[in-house]
Design a protein around this ligand. Structure first.
Ligand code: SF4
Length: 298
C-alpha cells in the first residue's frame, strides 16, 4: 500500500480554493464543486459537477498526508461545502483523519445554508466532537432583495438561523460579506442590513471581500448589459464604513485584508471598531492610499 500511496500523491481535481487562514492546512478534497453552484457572482466551480469523492480516494489522500504532511496541524475539507456529506459518511472521514493524522488540532470546511439546514443540532455537535471546529459561511448580504437577485438560495432570516446553529454547536464561525454586491443603487441598504444581520449572528470572524466581476457569470452578463453598476472606490469605502458602523460583535475580528479590497482593515470588535471607522474616514479624506487596481484579485 505504501509505495502505491507515494506514487499517487493527493488526488486534486480541477480548480481548488481554500480560505486564506487555511493556507498552511492539509487540503483534503472530499467533494467536487458546490451543491448549490447558482450564485450569480461566483465562477469558482462552474467547471465541476458536484459529487462526493470515493472513500478509497479519500483514504489514499489521508494516508499520503500521514506520511508527508506531518508538520501541518490543521485540515481543510474542500471543495464548496463538505458539510453536505451525509452524516455517517462525514463521521467516517473525520474518524479516518483522527486515526491516521492524530496530531491534527482542527478541521475546517466551507458551508452554505442548505448544507447546515440538513444537519440537526445534535449532528453538528457530533461533528464538533470529531474536531470539525471551523466553518466558513458565505453570508454575502443581509438584504433579501439582493439575496434573491444573486440566487443565494436562502433568505436573510434563514442565513442568520444557520449561522447561529453553527455557533450553538460550539464551532467557530467565519463569515464572508460582499462589498459591492448590491450595486451602486443598493449600496447603503446592503451595508446596513448586512451589519444588522452580522450583529445578531455574532460570528467569530467577518471577512469583507469586494465583488470582482468574473467573465461568464450571470452577474458579469448583467453588468455587460448595463443592468448592474458597481460602486466606485469611494462608494465602496463608504459602503464598508456603513457596514462596520451597523456591525456590533460581542468579540469578533472584522477584516478586509482580502486582495479584492481597496483598503485593508483588521480589528477586534467591539474595542477596535472606532479605530477602523477613523481609518476609513482618513482614507475618504485622501490621507491613506488605496490598493491599486492591478493588485486586486478575487
Ligand atoms: S454557495 Fe458558495 S461556492 Fe456555491 S455557488 Fe454560492 S458562492 Fe459559489
Amino acid at each position: 500500500m505504501e509505495s502505491r500511496i507515494e506514487s499517487q500523491g493527493m488526488h486534486y481535481e480541477g480548480n481548488c480554493i481554500r480560505p486564506p487562514p487555511e493556507a498552511d492546512s492539509i487540503l483534503l478534497q472530499v467533494t467536487l464543486g458546490c451543491s448549490h453552484n447558482k450564485c450569480t457572482f461566483c465562477g469558482t466551480y462552474k467547471d465541476k459537477r458536484f459529487r462526493i469523492k470515493k472513500n478509497d480516494t479519500l483514504l489514499s489522500d489521508i494516508l499520503f498526508a500521514s506520511k508527508y504532511m506531518k508538520r501541518q496541524d490543521q485540515v481543510f475539507l474542500m471543495d464548496g461545502d463538505a458539510l453536505i456529506i451525509p452524516q455517517e459518511r462525514l463521521i467516517w472521514i473525520l474518524e479516518r483523519i483522527t486515526e491516521h493524522l492524530p496530531w491534527i488540532k482542527r478541521i475546517g470546511t466551507y458551508a452554505n445554508t442548505k448544507s447546515i439546514r440538513m444537519k440537526s443540532p445534535r449532528e453538528l455537535i457530533e461533528l464538533k466532537e470529531k474536531r470539525l471546529g471551523m466553518v466558513y459561511f458565505g453570508v454575502e448580504t443581509g438584504d433579501d432583495e439582493i439575496r434573491k437577485k444573486i440566487d443565494k438560495g436562502s433568505s436573510a432570516q434563514e442565513c442568520l438561523e444557520m449561522g447561529r446553529k453553527i455557533k450553538d454547536a460550539g464551532m467557530e464561525l467565519t463569515t464572508t460579506v460582499l462589498l459591492g454586491i448590491g450595486g451602486k443603487e443598493k449600496s447603503l441598504t446592503h451595508a446596513r442590513l448586512t451589519g444588522e444581520l452580522l450583529s445578531v449572528m455574532d460570528p467569530n470572524y467577518v471577512s469583507a471581500l469586494t465583488v470582482i466581476l468574473i467573465p461568464g457569470t450571470p452577474l458579469w452578463e448583467e453588468h455587460e448589459r448595463g443592468d448592474f453598476e458597481m460602486p466606485d472606490e469611494r462608494g465602496l469605502l463608504i459602503e464598508m464604513r456603513e457596514m462596520i458602523a451597523y456591525t456590533n460583535l460581542s468579540c469578533g475580528l472584522f477584516s478586509s485584508n482580502h486582495a479584492s479590497n481597496y483598503l485593508p482593515v483588521r480589528a477586534w470588535f467591539p474595542k477596535g471598531k472606532q479605530e477602523v471607522l477613523n481609518l476609513i474616514d482618513a482614507a475618504l479624506r485622501g490621507e491613506i492610499g488605496l490598493r491599486p487596481e492591478w493588485m486586486r484579485a478575487f
